[in-house]
Structures are given as C-alpha cells and as structure tokens.
Ligand binder design. Structure first.
Ligand SMILES: [Mn+2]
Length: 347
C-alpha cells in the first residue's frame, strides 16, 4: 500500500517527489498502533506490536482511539504511518484488524476493503486478538507464545461475555478479569497505553501484579459492590421473565450484570441509563438463562427506535428521558408478549 502510494505520487508529480506527499507518507517514522480502549483492544495492540517487532524489527508505538475521532475519520492520523486494531476500518491503515460488524462507517469504506496480507475482518470472531494471531501464523509465519494464547482466550471470554456464570462476571479474580475491571477507573487517559506496553513483554499475571493495577482493582471492586447495592430500588417491574428498570439518575452506580445477579431467573432486562449527552435504553438477554422459547432479535427491535445491536443485546438513544422511559416500556412489552405467546404454546 505504501509503495503503491509513492508510485502514484511520483507519476502525478511533474518531477521528483512532492513535499506534500513526503509529509503524508513519512517512510521511516515509527508505526503507531491505534486500538479500541477495552481489554481485547489493548491485547490486540500488544500482540501486533510484539509480532511486528519480532518479525520485522518494527519499533511501533501505540495510543487508544476514541469514538469522537470518527467525526473526522477521513483525516484520521493524517501524515502518519498507522495501524488500527479492534476499531473502524480506515483505508490508510497500514495494518488493520477488526471483528465488529459495524466497522465500516460508510458504503465507500466497505467497498475499499479487501482482505490482504495486512488487513483482516472477521465478524464471527468473539474478539480481535485471536484473529491477529491466526493471521500472523498463516501469513507471516509467526509462532504464538503461550502468554498470547492466554490473552486471546480471555479476550474472547470478556468481549463476548462468555463468563461461566454471573459470579465469575462480577467477582472473578483471574488476572485478565482484574485488569479488565480496572479499566473503568483508569487514573489517567494514557494509562491503558502503559498497560499495553506491559502486555507486549509480560504475562497477564505480571501485568495484574503491578501496584497501579492492584490499587485500581481495589477501587473498581468497591464501585462494583456499591452498584450491586444500588440496583434493587431501580427495578420497576419483573413480569413474564422480563425485568424493567430505571437507573437514569446519575447518582446511581451501575454494573452491567446487576439485573441478572439479583434476578437470575429472568430472561431479559430492559433499562434506562444516563449517558454523557442524554439517556440510553439498554436491552439484553440473560447470558446465563436465555429464553428456551419466544426468543426475539433485540437489535432489530431497537432499530425501530433509531438504535441497533445484535440478537442478544442492543440499545437506543431517544432524545429525552421521557422518550427513553417510553421506549423502555414498549420494548419490555414486546419481550413480555413474546414470552407469554411462547408460554401459552408450550402449556
Ligand atoms: Mn474491543
């Protein structure tokens, strides 16, 4: 890709390389890996950095990406050599790996992607690191060390919420789970960059044993306990295996699986939570007690409210709190109706 661009630039120019192009494509600047700031994104960055160093002597740097950087995506990282992992496709990315179905921001970007030696996309992968490792083995002759196999395993568990039970999801103290929980209380925005650096050379146990990780974990665990205490008063109703809650107050601490911890018998939860800009309706199947009958596609239901998602989890951002509560009630009603219909069929 880099070589092609130079070739085009020289043909377009009247004679010799154009300064504009030299600025856009600096050949010997370090590669910067931009990664999604969550556990599997961090592991993805560490894996790619370590692989490229081992195979090519590439001295990459890394920095997390934020969703707001999508706003000017065409000019993202302009004039730099970069890779993107576990985040949106960019045609100027020298290396790109992602597993998100929503990775292409426009149809033009979708059309610009074809799998190649340095780009891969697999929607069926539960997380991003296993994709990078299998790509590196297949295309680049890499041999995956045990510590990266372990990180890839935990990336799948965490990113696809494949926890054995709600207790592991909330209280699991494996090194990967401690690191992942810490991210909610990161002491500084560039803290994850430091942890990625630690992951390029150490095991999960070694990263989790850092004193900054240990003290963040203590704080995160206290927050979890408070959030679990805060949940019961937010519950509006539990009917037909569907729980509806209102956690819109920003004085309430939230924990992703609190509904299933307090009500392990339910099949679905529907709730309203605050966001930075407004309110979010979040809907999900209980991963540890999915409905045997009457299953519906949550993402499709949420699309009807301007949102989206997958079969088992989805959300929408209605314009006001009143709208968010109305949407949550309607979604709960749809789920309850499907549950009642299934129950009457089987009885
Ligand atoms: Mn991710």
């Amino acid at each position: 890709m880099k070589a092609q661009r130079r070739f085009v630039a020289q043909r377009e120019g009247d004679s010799g390389p154009r300064p504009r192009y030299a600025l856009e494509m600096p050949s010997n600047s370090p590669l910067r890996i931009h990664y999604h700031r969550d556990f599997d994104g961090m592991v993805s960055a560490a894996v790619l950095a370590a692989v490229l160093k081992e195979l090519h002597g590439e001295q990459a740097t890394w920095e997390s990406v934020n969703y707001h950087q999508r706003d000017d995506w065409d000019n993202f990282a302009s004039g730099t050599r970069f890779a993107i992992v576990d985040f949106h496709f960019h045609p100027r990315a020298e290396y790109w790996f992602d597993h998100h179905p929503t990775t292409f921001l426009t149809p033009e970007l979708r059309a610009a992607f074809t799998p190649n030696e340095k780009w891969a996309w697999d929607e069926s992968s539960p997380s991003c690191p296993p994709m990078i490792l299998s790509h590196a083995e297949k295309h680049w002759g890499y041999t995956t060390p045990e510590r990266f196999q372990e990180m890839a395993y935990w990336s799948n568990v965490i990113d696809a919420a494949q926890f054995v039970d709600v207790e592991q999801a909330l209280f699991g103290d494996d090194a990967a789970l401690r690191i992942s929980r810490c991210l909610a209380v990161a002491p500084a925005p560039d803290w994850t960059d430091q942890l990625v650096g630690a992951m390029t050379v150490g095991t999960l146990e070694e990263v989790a044993a850092r004193s900054d990780v240990e003290s963040a974990w203590q704080r995160a665990a206290r927050n979890r306990d408070k959030a679990l205490e805060h949940f019961p008063p937010t519950v509006i109703s539990v009917e037909d295996n569907v729980l509806l809650y209102d956690a819109s107050s920003n004085r309430i601490r939230r924990e992703r699986f609190a509904a299933f911890f307090h009500h392990p018998d339910i099949h679905y939860s529907v709730g309203v939570i605050p966001t930075r800009a407004g309110f979010h309706v979040t809907t999900g199947v209980n991963p540890w007690n999915p409905p045997a009958e009457g299953e519906v596609h949550i993402g499709e239901i949420m699309e009807g409210y301007g949102g989206g998602g997958h079969r088992t989890v989805g959300g929408a951002n209605p314009p006001s709190l009143d709208d968010a509560m109305r949407v949550a009630r309607e979604v709960a009603a749809v789920l309850r109706k499907a549950q009642r219909a299934a129950a009457s069929k089987t009885s």
